[in-house]
Design a protein around this ligand. Sequence first.
Ligand SMILES: C[S@@+](CC[C@H](N)C(=O)[O-])C[C@H]1O[C@@H](n2cnc3c(N)ncnc32)[C@H](O)[C@@H]1O
Length: 302
Amino acid sequence: MPRHSDRYIPNLYARDIGVYDTDYQDFIRRTLRDLRQHKIAGHTLLWEAAQLEGDGLLLDLGVWIGWSTRLVADKTGRRVYGFDTFEGIVEDWQVDDGALVKAGALSIAEPWAQRLIEDTGVTIENGIPSKEGRDVEFVKGSTYDTLAPFLDAHPGPIALFHMDLDTYESCLHALETCKGRFEVGSILVFDEYLVTNGEMRAFYEFQEKYGFEFRYRAWGLEIMEMNAAMVGDRTKRFIHKLEAFQAQRLLGDGSYVWKIWDKRFWRFWWGAPWGDIRFMLGKTGQRKSVSLEITSPGRLGA
Ligand SMILES: C[S@@+](CC[C@H](N)C(=O)[O-])C[C@H]1O[C@@H](n2cnc3c(N)ncnc32)[C@H](O)[C@@H]1O
């Protein structure tokens, strides 16, 4: 398998893209070629938030215990609206040909969330995490119910759309609901973009349907691991980071180093360009978050 073939894709040398129709395969190949020119060292969301210009709504979709929202508020100095059920994902999430994450997973009631809530000093009132002094507003409920009424009450374009709802269905629904509020210059960040049957597929279909133009801006770390960085106590922070490292080596991209019985191991080492191998293994976190900018509106406003 030549290294430039792009048949198996990063994060997901898990996925043989031959399972998809040829148009989507072409989109994935074009995307990877493009993204390789836009690798960044840090977290895509924070990188975008730090250089955000102009007015417009800042939306964080899928906030868990709230740190992604608070950190964007810190970086932008502006109000950020965060959306979550706080009771977990609302539909099953089949992560390519890997794990199946069941509806209800990623609730803030889970022990892992509870430990981070306590260790980062967050409190929960009426099922909603505290603001911790930030200019944030959390909207509790499924985005299927909350997003449209929220937009009705908050006019104006969307400047930043951070997608971290994980599933294809919730992602596509949010894109469709926000459609008329995207404009040239709107920044869309997808935390799990390199899951080809999830956020990437939803964006692909959305873009095909409305024919707008966009350009990729960055490919970097997902934001989730910043939760460990927000732990105040040094020893506890070290333990959280150690656990994140172990999880990445055991379950995430780090498992490409040792899981020789898994087909992903062979796809990764035979199929991935060296630049991708260095990029994916060169950091504890997962490199699958991608940002893009809308450059022409197509039929978005129609
Ligand atoms: C990966 S977590 C978000 C992590 C967070 N951005 C962070 O960096 O800490 C995904 C979150 O999306 C929420 N979620 C998924 N689908 C949803 C939906 N349709 N409506 C509301 N919340 C949803 C889940 O409850 C979960 O908290």
